[in-house]
Design a binder for this molecule. Structure first.
Ligand code: ASP
Length: 311
C-alpha cells in the first residue's frame, strides 16, 4: 500500500484508495481478533514506544494492545516520570529515543505539529496519536471502519459532528476523511465553538441541533474540551445540554435508524444523555473502541512493512 510518507501524521492528504486499503486491512484484523488467533511474528523484534504528553485511556492502551498482538516489544513512556519534567526538550527526547533503535513511535502532544517535528528528527516511523487542535488520524480511521461495517459504505451518508468542533482534532480528522470518502458532513454547535474556516473544509454549518440533525444517518457527539478553552465560550453545563446535548427526543430528529458515536471520554449529562449513550440499538460507542485496536494493528502493520522495505 502506498502511503504518502513513512509516517502517519494526518488524514489530510490521503487519497480514497489509501484510506480504503487501510480500512480493508483493519477489517481483516477485526476478524482475526474475534477468532482469537494471533499474528505475533509480524512485528517480532521491533520496538514500539508510546510517548504520551497528554492523558489518554483508549488510544494508548489500544496502541499497546495492537503492538503486542503483532509481537512488538512495547514500551509506555510516562512523561510525568520522564526527564521531560526536568526540562529536556522534545528534540533531546527524540535523540534519546533514536539511540534506543525504536522502530515505531506513537506520539500524543498538546502542541499541533509536535509529531511532525519528531518525524523530521527520528529514524522511527511516527504515528500521530493526537496533536493539539490539529489531527487524530487513527480516531478518524476507526470511526470510518465502525460506520462502514454498520452501513456498508461511507459514500452518500450524512454525518452530523456536534459540539466543540473548534478544539477537536477528532472533528478535523473526521472531516478530512469523510469528505474524501464522499460522505456529506455537517458540523453543529454554538458559533463560539465552530472554527471560522469550517465552510472552507467542505462541510455545512448549523447552529441548532434540530436543523443539524434533521435526517442525519450518523450523529457524532464531541466533548467540551475545557482544557483548551480560554474563558467562557459556553454557558453552564446544564444550559449547554439544553441546547446542544443529545437525548432521545433530539435523536428522533435524525434519520429513524440513525446511529450515535462518541470518541470518548464522554461527559454524561453535558453533551450526551446516558440513555442514548448506553442504548445498544443506537450507540456504536463500544464498537468504536473495538475497532480502535484493529485500526491500530493495520497502521502498525502498514508502516512497519514500509520501514522493512527501506532497510
Ligand atoms: N480522545 C479524543 C482526543 O484525544 C477526544 C477528547 O479528548 O475529547 O482528542
Amino acid at each position: 500500500m502506498n502511503l504518502p510518507s513513512r509516517h502517519l501524521l494526518a488524514i489530510e492528504g490521503l487519497h480514497p484508495p489509501q484510506i480504503a486499503n487501510l480500512l480493508d486491512l483493519a477489517e481483516s484484523y477485526v476478524l482475526l481478533n474475534r477468532s482469537g488467533k494471533t499474528q505475533r511474528d509480524l512485528l517480532r523484534g521491533r520496538t514500539l514506544i508510546n510517548l504520551f504528553f497528554e492523558d489518554s485511556t483508549r488510544t494508548r492502551t489500544s496502541f499497546e494492545l495492537a503492538g503486542k498482538r503483532l509481537g512488538a516489544d512495547v514500551i509506555n513512556m510516562s512523561v510525568s516520570s520522564s526527564s521531560v519534567n526536568k526540562g529536556e526538550t522534545l528534540l533531546d527526547t527524540a535523540g534519546t529515543l533514536n539511540a534506543m533503535q525504536c522502530d515505531l513511535l506513537v506520539v500524543r502532544h498538546d502542541q499541533s505539529g509536535a509529531p511532525l517535528l519528531l518525524a523530521q528528527k527520528v529514524d522511527a516511523a511516527v504515528i500521530n496519536a493526537g496533536d493539539g487542535l490539529h489531527e487524530h488520524p487513527t480516531q478518524a480511521l476507526l470511526d470510518a471502519l465502525t460506520i462502514r461495517r454498520r452501513r456498508g459504505r461511507l459514500q452518500g451518508l450524512t454525518v452530523a459532528i456536534c459540539g466543540d468542533i473548534l478544539h477537536s482534532r477528532v472533528a478535523r480528522s473526521n472531516i478530512h476523511l469523510l469528505t474524501t470518502m464522499g460522505s456529506r458532513v455537517r458540523v453543529v454547535g454554538p458559533p463560539t465553538l465552530i472554527p471560522a474556516e469550517a465552510a472552507r473544509l467542505g462541510v455545512e454549518v448549523f447552529h441548532t441541533m434540530d436543523e443539524g440533525l434533521a435526517g442525519a444517518d450518523i450523529v457524532m457527539m464531541l466533548r467540551l474540551q475545557k482544557e483548551r478553552m480560554n474563558g467562557g465560550l459556553v454557558p453552564s453545563a446544564r444550559e449547554y445540554f439544553r441546547f446542544f446535548g443529545l437525548d432521545a427526543a433530539r435523536l428522533a430528529k435524525a434519520a429513524p435508524d440513525a446511529l450515535v458515536m462518541h470518541p470518548g471520554p464522554m461527559n454524561r449529562g453535558v453533551e450526551i444523555d446516558s440513555a442514548v449513550a448506553d442504548d445498544p440499538a443506537r450507540s456504536l460507542i463500544r464498537e468504536q473502541v473495538e475497532m480502535g485496536v484493529a485500526v491500530r494493528m493495520a497502521v502498525l502493520d502498514t508502516l512497519s512493512r514500509r520501514a522493512r522495505r527501506n532497510v
